[in-house]
Write a protein that binds this ligand. Structure first.
Ligand code: ADP
Ligand code: MG
Length: 456
């Protein structure tokens, strides 16, 4: 191929990938982060994407690699390593330099590569984690475990809302251990991945291998354990994995969006094991910590963002650090592309939907469950449990109805949050309550009352 052909081939290939992406990420995300991308190099093992600046690279790496990898896989019929090149002076890379036979010194690049190979985000370290009153206990526990695995808290179970840094801390533990203990066997995975691999292993007759992989570890980091809810065989399997590791004095760390006792449809023997070690909660950071997080992040991006803009962001975005970072990225990206301080109107515009989302998401499903359970005087655990006498089933349906009305969660997500029920159950509950509200004044006023209280 001559140069023009190559160019056409690359831009067509990117178009294919972009079309794929459009169907998996929201149009807002696509427009903001993928629209400007160009594919500048395509090799058998890797490809290079040109992005306008570092901020794109970091933000995509931290938030959108899943869909991007999937799109690449679909279009190129095989996985490639995805590289980024920044700015207009990012030329098409030439042939790879000849590698020297000597082992290279451990440069920061190779540390980064190694970290990524294990699935750890190299930026998610203890050094980069800002500690404040609402997360210091959890952060200290994670540090202690990273310094003394299986000696202090086993298992370590910590929980809190979305975007509060749970995965960050798990990666920090993993990377600290990798750096300080040569040859240590660590695995990080979500409970969903555990379930999927387990099902795979059953189907392909490779259970022995699967068990060996997870039962011979020194450290098991298992994220978002709440997704084991309702999955009986996976729970059984995890129970044995847990016991083998625990009896062998191996470290287990788990995270969840709620405490063990509130994960619905989780076997009691697992609940009690999860509570054997230390269980700790993290809350959204208060305004000082939010400001500190923004300062640190802005400094690491090398963009100078005026203090009052950081203060504005910290004031307005309160519940989710990922969203907070998202706001900063937009402003920083604007500043680095256009130079100078954006006007107040511009900032409003850049942040509009994030701030709306913040307001909308102010109610989460846990609050709904808790409030409804209180109101009907049933246990919070019944929201996610299997029991179905009428005095429990009805409040649960109201809570599902409210979750659908007051949050942006999908039916599937709501089903998961109610102890792994399927989306049809949620849909049915929603219809039923709507019907009952239209023909029963008392029910209508109760649901309205709860809804008002929760939205305030
Ligand atoms: P979770 O797993 O709890 O949903 P993540 O660990 O994915 O949250 O964190 C979301 C984002 O916020 C990540 O980019 C993470 O680095 C960042 N973050 C969260 N808390 C902090 C903190 N205290 N200091 C620095 N960064 C944080
Ligand atoms: Mg997480």
């Amino acid at each position: 191929m001559d140069n023009t052909d190559t160019h056409t081939h690359l831009s067509l290939t990117w178009k294919g990938i972009a079309d794929e992406l459009r169907s998996t990420v929201s149009s807002d995300i696509f427009e903001r982060w993928f629209r400007e991308i160009e594919l500048i190099d395509l090799a058998p093992e890797h490809l290079t994407l040109r992005v306008p600046n570092d901020i794109y690279k970091y933000w995509i790496e931290d938030n959108h690699m899943g869909p991007l990898r999937a799109a690449v896989l679909m279009v190129l019929k095989g996985a490639r390593e995805i590289r980024f090149a920044c700015g207009s002076n990012a030329n098409v890379p030439g042939p790879a330099p000849v590698r020297s036979p000597e082992p290279e010194p451990v440069a920061s690049e190779s540390v980064e590569e190694r970290a990524l190979a294990n699935g750890f985000n190299p930026r998610n370290t203890f050094e980069n984690f800002v500690v404040g009153p609402t997360n210091e206990f959890v952060a200290a526990a994670c540090r202690a475990v990273a310094d003394n695995p299986s000696k202090v808290y086993n298992p370590l179970f910590f929980y809190g809302g979305v975007g509060l840094g749970k995965t960050h801390l798990m990666f920090a533990i993993g990377q600290h251990l990798q750096a300080t203990r040569k040859g240590i066997k660590i695995a990080y995975l979500t409970s969903e991945k555990f379930t999927n691999e387990f099902i795979d292993a059953i189907q392909t007759g490779t259970l022995v291998k699967f068990r060996k992989r997870y039962r011979q570890l020194d450290v098991l980091l298992i994220d978002d354990i709440q997704f084991l809810a309702g999955k009986e065989r996976s729970q059984e399997e995890f129970f044995h994995t847990f016991n083998t590791l625990f009896d062998g004095h191996k470290q287990i760390v788990m995270t969840s969006d709620r405490p063990p006792s509130e994960i619905g449809n989780l076997e009691p023997r697992l609940v009690s094991r999860f509570e054997w070690g230390l269980t700790a909660e993290m809350q959204p950071p208060e305004v000082e910590t939010r400001t500190a997080i923004l300062q640190k992040k802005a400094a690491s991006l090398g963009v100078s963002v005026p203090k009052e803009i950081l203060a504005y962001l910290a004031e307005r975005i309160r519940t989710n650090v990922r969203r907070l970072e998202g706001g900063l990225m937009r402003v920083a990206s604007y500043i680095s592309l256009n130079g100078g301080r954006p006007s107040d109107e511009r900032i409003e515009m850049l942040l509009k939907d994030i701030i709306q989302e913040e307001a909308r998401r102010a109610v989460n499903v846990e609050q709904i469950q808790k409030r409804v359970a209180e109101h009907f005087d049933i246990r919070n655990a019944d929201m996610t449990g299997k029991r179905r006498p009428k005095n429990i089933a009805f409040p649960r349906q109201i809570a599902m109805y409210l979750a659908r009305e007051l949050t942006k969660m999908s039916l599937v997500e709501i089903g998961e949050a109610f102890g792994g029920r399927d989306h049809g159950t949620v849909l049915h509950a929603h219809r039923l309550i709507k019907e009952r509200m239209s023909d029963d004044d008392k029910i209508r006023s109760v649901v309205r009352f709860l809804s008002d209280q929760l939205s305030r």
